[in-house]
Design a protein around this ligand. Structure first.
Ligand code: NAP
Length: 492
């Protein structure tokens, strides 16, 4: 089976931070894939911007070397690489200074009125300066769009400053706040499963669902992000955006249509229905952890404080929490969220755990009847498993087994699954903001996170230690077990 690609209109894409980690590891490889699939028209251009002075040729060579390393033995991509590199240009600019901007603006305007995407792949403290400059040089009109990366602020107040600055240069319809989790195949499949099938929606509520678990686990430690991460922590870095967005996709009501504002209105209602976690219940409903020395992928790894080189940091590298959505559909259904670094495996998944059957007709010897589960795996291999009870095959007495109906997308469809960034970049070019966050969503998410941050600050506790390579502090296990439940383990 082949994936269908519909070419987009010609565009100019400016990547501020074009020499940085995100550009080299995600954006440019994603664009190469889209180009190789014939989705990017030949007369499009991609311009890297950073302070480092270098020529177009130097930039192409460096990007080419990086892309080649990632391509491996994909001959089709190798073949397309030289033509793709010819689309690249480079412009040395300091976002905080005036020189060079005039010439840069003229160069872009010379291309005429066409789609112009400004991807701010820089530290967020440059977003305000870049947007001011784009406005001052008249680059914010016509078919211009701006993409901003997380983190959008570190609390409600700082998010408002960024949103105000970006909003003073661009209309809301031009602003694409990216959360790449929403670009993942499985997340969109959640929409298809829920709203293109009659099977699930009648069961998708507190009458039939016992609880929901959302796990985003990383095996890596700080990598090159120590300075940023230590001022952020797992709650701001992962929960405020990725985990809450996933929660919204699970919990939202059916939108009237698959249109940007219809979907975003429904997600917003979920965020506004989240029961606040107050100073009184933060200790009961949240767990923060920090990894100590241990092992990752069979290798000894240092603890967070040693990796950071600061013995007094209280930044959490793990969070587990119990959230509740106070509305008719979800009353009484806990949403357990957990995320952390240096966990045993890299996995992101959503588990919808259904209630037990009301009465068992089976004898004790048949074994326990376990609740059905729908498990949506976002990474590493995207797919869906529906756990069902079946009869153990073969002769003899009737024994029951809990087994998954397994649909791994890569195996089932045998096509290259576009990386989230590939899909989202093309959505930006098309001007489709359905899978991007609106300002009020970001604000509502911070409004729920702020009191948790304040409560932790007041508690003045250090995060609970956990050994690198474990599933976090024992308190995270207790958080779920206290309610008579366990974290899902994929045993098949
Ligand atoms: P990075 O590796 O530190 O790259 C920063 C880029 O910004 C470099 O190209 C740098 O080049 C440029 N830059 C710095 N100061 C500048 C200035 N004054 N004017 C113009 N350019 C300037 O950062 P990153 O990891 O790519 O992250 C970029 C953004 O994406 C951040 O907001 C980050 O939080 C977000 N993000 C990153 C990832 C990831 O996987 N890396 C994931 C999610 C979100 P020069 O120093 O040469 O100017």
């Amino acid at each position: 089976m082949t994936a269908q690609t519909v070419p987009v209109d010609p565009f100019d894409l400016v990547i501020f931070g074009g020499t940085g980690d995100l550009a080299l590891r995600k954006l440019l490889p994603g664009l190469l894939h889209r180009y190789a699939d014939g989705q990017i028209p030949e007369d499009s251009s991609i311009i890297g911007v950073a302070r480092d002075k270098q020529s177009d040729e130097d930039y192409r060579r460096k990007v080419g070397e990086t892309l080649l390393r990632g391509i491996g033995d994909n001959e089709a991509l190798k073949e397309k690489l030289p033509a793709f590199l010819q689309k690249l240009g480079y412009h040395a600019l300091d976002a905080t200074r005036d020189d060079g901007w005039e010439q840069f603006a003229e160069q872009l305007k010379a291309q005429g009125d066409r789609i112009r995407v400004f991807y701010l792949s820089t530290s967020p403290n440059l977003f305000v300066a870049i947007c001011d400059k784009l406005r001052a040089h008249g680059l914010n009109g016509g078919q211009a769009r701006v993409v901003i990366e997380k983190p959008i602020g570190r609390d409600s107040a700082s998010a408002a400053v960024i949103n105000d600055a970006v909003g003073s240069a661009f209309a809301e319809s031009q602003i694409f706040r990216i959360d790449h989790y929403l670009g993942k195949e499985t997340v969109q499949n959640l929409l298809a499963l829920r709203f293109a099938n009659i099977l699930f929606e009648p069961l998708w509520n507190a009458n039939h669902i016992d609880h929901v678990q959302i796990t985003v686990a990383e095996t890596v430690g700080l990598e090159k992000r120590a300075t940023y991460y230590d001022t952020s922590g797992a709650l701001r870095d992962m929960v405020q955006n990725h985990l809450l967005q996933l929660l919204c996709m699970v919990a939202m009501e059916p939108p009237a249509a698959l249109q940007a504002d219809a979907v975003r209105d429904e997600k917003l209602k979920v965020l506004r229905s989240l029961r606040p976690i107050t100073a009184d219940d933060a200790a009961q409903l949240t767990v923060r952890g920090q990894y100590r020395a241990g092992a990752s992928a069979g290798c000894a790894v240092p603890g967070y404080l040693d990796e950071l080189g600061r013995p007094d940091s209280r930044t959490e590298t793990f969070v587990a929490l119990k959230a509740e959505v106070d509305n008719w559909r979800w009353a009484g259904v806990p949403f357990y969220l957990r995320t952390g670094k240096r966990l045993p495996e890299r996995v992101s998944e959503i588990v919808i755990a259904f209630k037990q059957i009301p009465h068992s007709i089976f004898e004790h010897s048949a074994g326990p009847v376990m609740g059905n589960k729908l498990v949506l795996r976002l990474q590493p291999d995207e797919g869906v498993k529906l756990w069902l009870m079946i009869k153990d095959p073969g002769p003899g007495g009737l024994r029951l087994q809990h087994v998954p109906l397994d649909m791994s997308f890569a195996e089932a469809f045998g096509v290259h699954q576009p990386e989230a960034y590939e899909r989202l970049l093309m959505d930006v070019v098309r001007g489709n903001p359905t899978l991007f966050m609106r300002r009020d969503e970001v604000e509502a998410a911070w409004k729920w996170i702020d009191p948790i941050l304040a409560a932790w600050e007041n508690l003045r506790e250090t995060p609970k230690p956990y050994t690198a390579g474990s599933w976090g502090p024992s308190a995270a296990v207790a958080l779920v077990e206290r309610d008579g439940r366990t974290w899902h383990e994929d045993t098949v």
